[in-house]
Design a protein around this ligand. Structure first.
Ligand code: ADP
Ligand code: MG
Length: 351
């Protein structure tokens, strides 16, 4: 026991948001210290992680290599759909991020809380847990993502009242109703920001015979995408490759047509939210009339997203402060209160 306390003195508390798009690390007393894409560059057709300058090509380095590399390299997002597509690649990524943060601090071994998508299986959880231990974590805890998001958003998640979080990420949307530091009802659906990008790509093909890349589609979404009609509708010029001539071409698109193209993924997200509400205990549902719904994750930043959920549910919907860092901040706050909130952890894997 004394050894534990001694290590505790020199250890650092680290909260990790292992997202489908972005991984963030928050350290107690320092805030967010790392924010990189959840991307790993591998040799095509293998799961061999590429090296660059003596370091594994992970995060920004991997993303930079994307698109500017010969066909022999592919970029993998190992958690893209909220499930782990490849354990080795996931481990390489987690290991890289943890050592990148601990490396500059000279600590004995961090205490780590990792937030994981709530849809992943027990085997996948075990793999994340073991990877963190192998990366040098002294204590590892796994926390369901919606819980982390709720804590980061400052919701009264441990109180005897219901709070509801809708976390729209890249690959998955997590919806949960919580009370007394526990999840009462939750659903995870594989429709989120990536699907909005895909809907835009499909629209460009269908309407203009124009192929646009994923990054262009994401840019269109962020620049002019919306979930409900806007006071000021806009238009932008888009470049891509003509599907018939095969040549580069540009065209102008409007925010109205992009909104139309986004209806399907947005509809699927809304449906998940209403379904979760229908499954809620009456007492908790009653609380939500007062407490409303809080939105987190990058996808929640789509213009009019809270308004469209509010229209569909009749409940007050608000955007969490800084939705992209909510989960990471939540994991860090969780560590500070771990003794009190321990019961919330995945019981198969604490300590
Ligand atoms: P994850 O937790 O799954 O890693 P994030 O919460 O980091 O995902 O959100 C990433 C998603 O948010 C991406 O699909 C990205 O395109 C989207 N996104 C980021 N900013 C905006 C914005 N301003 N408007 C719409 N979507 C956004
Ligand atoms: Mg997330």
């Amino acid at each position: 026991m004394w050894l534990d306390s001694l290590i505790g003195l020199f250890s650092v508390d680290m909260g990790i948001d292992l997202g489908t798009c972005n991984t963030l690390v928050a350290v107690r007393g320092q805030g967010i210290v790392l924010n990189e894409p959840s991307v790993v560059a591998v040799a095509k057709g293998t799961n061999r992680v590429l090296m660059r300058g003596g370091q594994p090509a992970v995060g920004w380095v991997a993303k930079e290599m994307l698109g500017k590399t010969p066909g022999s390299i592919t970029a993998v997002r190992p958690l893209k759909d909220g499930v782990i597509s490849d354990f080795e690649i996931t481990e390489a990524m987690l290991n890289y991020f943890i050592t990148k943060v601990t490396g500059r601090m000279r600590v004995i071994g961090p205490r780590v809380v990792i937030s994981i998508p709530s849809g992943i299986t027990a085997v996948e959880k075990r793999a994340v847990f073991d990877s963190a231990e192998r990366a040098g974590a002294w204590r590892t805890y796994l926390l369901e993502e919606p819980v982390a998001a709720a804590i980061g958003a400052g919701l009264p998640f441990a109180e005897p009242t219901a709070s509801m979080i809708v976390d729209i990420g890249g690959g998955t949307t997590e919806v949960a109703i919580m009370s007394l530091a526990d999840i009462a009802t939750c659903e995870s659906v594989r429709v989120a920001g990536d699907d909005m990008d895909e809907a835009i790509m499909a629209h460009m093909k269908r309407t203009y015979n124009l192929m646009v890349g994923e990054q262009t589609a994401e840019r269109i979404k962020i620049q002019i995408g919306s979930a409900v009609p806007q006071e000021e509708e806009t238009s932008i010029e888009v470049r891509g490759r003509d599907m018939i001539s095969g040549l580069p071409r540009k065209t102008t698109i409007t925010s109205e047509e992009i909104r139309e193209a986004l209806q399907e993924p947005i509809g699927a997200i809304i449906e998940t939210v209403t379904r979760t509400l229908e499954r809620a205990e009456p007492e908790l549902a009653a609380d939500l009339v007062e407490n409303g719904i809080t939105l987190a994750g990058g996808g929640a930043l789509l213009r009019g997203m809270p308004a469209s959920l509010q229209k569909a549910t009749g409940l007050n919907c608000v955007l969490a402060e800084d939705p992209l860092t909510c989960v990471a901040r939540g994991t860090s706050i969780f560590l500070e209160n771990i003794e009190e909130w321990k019961t919330t952890l995945d019981s198969s894997m604490d300590g």
